[in-house]
Design a protein around this ligand. Structure first.
Ligand SMILES: Cc1cc2nc3c(=O)[nH]c(=O)nc-3n(C[C@H](O)[C@H](O)[C@H](O)COP(=O)(O)O)c2cc1C
Length: 197
């Protein structure tokens, strides 16, 4: 069975480097995996009233239901994000919050996760990546260890057409994707329908 990998990009910008890096990372998934960007732009801002059983006059937005279903149907999720004001962009935090409720059916629970951060400066989105790990820390998501992927000075590494121009960076991404896949495969025994239960 083909395993579905959801790739979540923490930028809404048309020319986003994170999106371009994500599209390059997707190319490293071998046969047997279907990796695709799961869009988050359309998700309404998180409001717990939608998930609060005591609030009966605010129905859960259909966008939340579809997003949670798509995450749960994934065998793993790969985040590719820039850094905004030393943390993750609001669109990404919103998506994480939506997937984190309701408490008895958390979409992220036990799902293998990979994280690639980037910045136009030298730090490679270090603070963003650390904050993303903090936000996900409640969900027992297995993640590849070292080396972590911080892509610094991204404009110097991505061409106008979106290709990564540095062989070293291409190899680094390939290695990370393969280590992420190993985690996805390691959890095959407890997968149900392609997703860890
Ligand atoms: C609101 C805002 C805050 C930012 N804060 C940071 C930051 O804290 N650290 C950093 O390295 N870059 C920061 N940047 C620069 C972004 O990393 C840069 O715009 C990058 O290209 C955005 O990623 P994208 O190309 O994937 O959209 C910020 C940009 C914006 C618009």
């Amino acid at each position: 069975m083909c395993k579905s990998i959801s790739v979540i990009v923490g930028s809404l910008r048309r020319e986003s480097y994170a999106r371009k890096i994500a599209l390059n990372a997707i190319k490293h998934f071998p046969d047997g995996y279907s990796a695709r960007i799961l869009e988050i732009r359309h998700l309404p801002l998180y409001d717990f009233d939608y998930d609060d059983p005591e609030v009966v006059d605010k129905a859960t937005p259909p966008e939340y239901t579809t997003f949670r279903r798509d995450i749960k149907a994934s065998a793993g999720v790969l985040f590719v994000t820039p850094e905004n004001n030393r943390t993750i962009p609001a669109c990404l935090k919103n998506a994480i919050d939506i997937g984190s409720k309701p408490n008895n059916d958390v979409a992220w629970k036990n799902l293998p996760a990979g994280i690639i951060s980037h910045s136009v400066g030298r730090m490679g989105g270090y603070s963003s990546q650390k904050n993303l790990k903090l936000a996900l820390s409640y969900f027992d998501m297995p993640m590849p260890g070292q080396p972590e992927v911080f892509i610094g000075q991204s404009p110097t590494l991505v061409s106008a057409s979106g290709a990564i121009t540095s062989e070293k960076t291409i190899e680094f991404l390939r290695d990370y994707v393969h280590r992420f896949i190993e985690l996805v495969d390691a959890r095959r025994d407890i997968n149900r329908g392609g997703r860890p239960s």
